[in-house]
Design a protein around this ligand. Structure first.
Ligand SMILES: C[S@@+](CC[C@H](N)C(=O)[O-])C[C@H]1O[C@@H](n2cnc3c(N)ncnc32)[C@H](O)[C@@H]1O
Length: 257
């Protein structure tokens, strides 16, 4: 963590709350049952075994690094430690998706497929996940991981989000859940948000990763909170949850997680 991030985290610790003072029954129950919900380790054993194997894998992945905008070669074990969401946040994603029971879900940033596996595990057999990734080497490994657990309701879309996202979203009727976990910059984050919003179903849920990662992301988060189609937001510091519900009174919560 850099110094600015540490200061932001202290501010978050001071401002954040748990269940105290939450008057809305909907928000109270969401925090109690979903944010603070519990799962057994056994439920995710297969996925965590895949993560463990990747952590020990010293093979090299070749592909395009969208952060550095150049060709990259990196060890799988380094990618998994740097990029994949921890099991705490993956379980939270699982609980949100399971509760939401979305028909169509979107994920921006597949990487090796760890968060995709958690999302797919929460989906019902009629639901679909479109997960987007630019790095071809990562796409190959993520495909194998999804196949290992027979998650056939997922499609990996390979290519630059700036080219791949809009054409796919345009073809869909409605989107119920989106996890934004790639290209954490101001303009792209807002652009992907607007593209997904154009097809968001009433009561859709958007989850943004790393909302405090940089000043750009903090600015993007404030802009998203202020959007007229955004009703309720929950800031967990490393993740932000957004409820899309047009024309309702806004409420923003900062919750200790
Ligand atoms: C943080 S990782 C995703 C981690 C994954 N969600 C998980 O928790 O297992 C972000 C991914 O987004 C991809 N990415 C970033 N910018 C992109 C872009 N403009 N187009 C396509 N992929 C991009 C990167 O290649 C990287 O693999």
């Amino acid at each position: 963590m850099n110094l600015k991030l540490i200061l932001s985290y202290f501010r978050y610790l001071i401002k954040s709350n748990n269940l105290h003072g939450i008057h809305s029954p909907f928000v109270f129950n969401f925090i109690k049952d979903i944010i603070y919900g519990k799962n057994s380790d056994e439920e995710f054993e297969e996925i965590e075994n895949i993560r463990l194997k990747l952590k020990k894998n010293s093979s090299i992945v070749e592909g395009w690094d969208y952060g550095k905008n150049k060709k990259s070669t990196e060890l799988i074990k380094n990618i998994i430690s740097k990029s994949a969401k921890s099991h705490k946040y993956c379980r939270l994603l699982y609980r949100i998706v399971k509760w939401k029971n979305p028909h169509i879900s979107i994920e921006l940033g597949t990487s090796l497929g760890i968060s995709s596996l958690y999302i797919c595990k929460a989906l019902n057999y009629k639901s679909e996940l479109y997960t987007f990734e630019g790095n071809s080497g990562l796409v190959e490994i993520a495909k194998k991981n999804l196949k290992k657990l027979n998650f056939e309701n997922s499609k990996i879309v390979q290519g630059d989000f700036n080219q791949t996202l809009k054409p796919i979203i345009d073809k869909l009727t409605e989107i119920d859940f989106v996890f934004f976990d790639g290209n954490h910059h101001y303009a792209p984050t807002l652009s992907y948000f607007e593209i997904c919003l154009s097809k968001a179903s009433e009561n859709a849920i958007f989850v943004f990763d790393d909302i405090n990662w940089s000043e750009e992301m903090q600015k993007a988060w404030e802009k998203i909170k202020a959007h007229t189609d955004v009703n309720l937001t929950i800031d967990l510091f490393f993740m932000g949850i957004v409820f899309i519900q047009k024309r309702l009174t806004k409420e923003h919560f900062i919750v200790r997680f």
